[in-house]
Design a protein around this ligand. Structure first.
Ligand SMILES: *Cc1c(COP(=O)(O)O)cnc(C)c1O
Length: 187
């Protein structure tokens, strides 16, 4: 599905996906590697349109970086949409990528399927203990988000100065067009 302005084209996905073969739709919000963001009400309207036999994975790996005004309550959506699975990770704002731990939130119908498919012993007990401690460490999360916002501003100020085109990002990275003065050699 071609992207629109580097983001998911939800309308085109809806129009294209309603076939008997469609089983799963994957939406990353904010998206990687573009950093684009879909507003909550738009996502909710999308979820309303998706047939119940199609699972939607809403990948929220960067959700902790979102400013308060962009947040939406996807946990509440999980209560309403039995075909929705929200996934989160400790690899980004929590700073625990090396521990290989994340989690999913969904109704039992989906979590039961995941449980049957998961590898045994997939998240070790130390990673689980660290993850639980990290969940309660609000101060670290705030610091992490503030540092990220500061780094983002610094980067885009420099890009603006250099006249480099970039895609506004809600992640912890920025997609930038590295303009070259000479055409790259073609093979
Ligand atoms: C980083 C990331 C994840 C999670 O990666 P893990 O380190 O395997 O937990 C998931 N989705 C997106 C879009 C990511 O950028």
């Amino acid at each position: 599905m071609p992207a629109v302005k580097f983001g998911h084209d939800l309308d085109a996905m809806l129009a294209a996906m309603i076939t008997d073969d469609t089983r799963l739709i994957f939406v990353a919000n904010p998206n990687n590697p573009t950093g684009t963001f879909i507003e909550g009400p738009k996502l909710e309207a999308f979820l309303d349109e998706v047939p119940r036999h199609v699972a939607v994975v809403l990948d929220e790996a960067y959700t902790e970086y979102l400013p308060a005004e962009k947040r939406y309550d996807s946990i509440e959506w999980v209560r309403r949409y039995p075909n929705l699975l929200v996934s989160r990770t400790f690899s980004k704002a929590f700073g625990l990528a090396g521990l290989r731990v994340g989690f999913a939130i969904a109704q039992p119908e989906l979590t039961d399927l995941l449980n049957r498919l998961r590898q045994p012993f997939n998240v070790n007990t130390l990673a689980q203990a660290a993850a639980i401690a990290a969940l309660n460490d609000k101060a670290f999360l705030e610091k992490s988000a503030a540092l990220n916002a500061q780094g983002y501003r610094r980067l885009i100020e420099a890009f603006d100065k250099l006249g480099l085109e970039y895609v506004p990002s809600d992640g912890n990275f920025v997609l930038v067009r590295w303009a070259t003065t000479t055409q790259p050699a073609t093979a």
